[in-house]
Design a binder for this molecule. Sequence first.
Ligand code: FNR
Length: 356
Amino acid sequence: MTEKFDCLEDFENLAKTILEKARFKWIAGGSDDMVTLTDNKKAFDRYRFRPRLLQDVSKLDTSTTLLGNTIASPIAMSPTAFHRLADYNEGEKATAKASCSANTLMVLSSFSNTRIEDVKKAAPDGLYWMQVQLFKDKRITENVVRRADAAGFKALVLTADQPVFGKNRRDSAYKNISLKDHPDLLRSINLEYAGLEKYQIDDAQTWEDIKWLKTITKLPIVVKGITTGADAKIAVQYGADAILVSNHGGRQLEFLPATIDALSEVVAAVEGSGVEVYMDGGVRRGTDVLKALARGARAVFIGRPIFWGLACNGEEGVTQVLDILKEEFRRSMCLIGCSRLSDITPSMVVHESYYY
Ligand code: FNR
């Protein structure tokens, strides 16, 4: 691949020309009129920086820890289903290898095309967390949890914003994805358990299910999908170890706030609890990462750009996506006058209305 990529948008544009139309649409899509999806990105543009100049940024360190695990920069990968849609041969294995070589964290989706154990085998030194979903038949969830634990995954990410699937434009795209050459393209191989080919999400799920999870595993639990301070406080009460502020990339409840806007309320609500707060949704540039950290996130996670990297250049494409975002973030840190992540403070970013 001789393509020159300057930014993540370049990957998106090329992926659009490479992928079957229905596949690209399903990955790109969001709920209803895609207001939340669009706002996730646009909201970042509403914040302005207030740098500190002349700070000696010659020795930069972007590394951090997430639940005690060290990663090279505060940029990790959100769980997303079916990576073989973008790289049929390698799928999640390619993502895992790229994640490992970038020294970051991959959250594997329960709806992945690749077995938990095979992901680990593809890049044994990688850092993995497992996304879990509460199913009507709890044995399916339990099986995923136990296998991830046995394979050395370091935490569970409980998706809490999906008691039912959002009504998405992607649904028609999903139905149009051609399975002619690859009948297993949309196969959730990790959910096939005890002869159960079909899973049903448990629409009766409650916070009490976190207690149940704690009876079957000692792994730390990250609650994904929180956008309010009130829910963040409940998550802490129920023993969550971390919160991933997320609106599911604008694919679940329409008219949720952009995550960069919702972030501060969640951070304030859990202050002093020791619970880590991360965010995902619309992160596409190094400055987005910097804004999220200044507003209190410990790290950001990315979803769709992984598919674009896979589609454009497989494992190498994901590596390039991660490299570009990290390089942009490093540069932004230098320009704002920070050498370490702990130098980034809330006073360094303001809403644009500050200047009006
Ligand atoms: C997702 N997301 C998601 N979330 C989750 O908890 N389990 C899953 O299986 C999936 N699958 C999935 C598939 C696709 C195609 C997309 C685009 C998203 C949501 C994902 O984890 C994350 O919250 C968003 O993708 C983040 O937003 P960006 O970075 O895509 O803007």
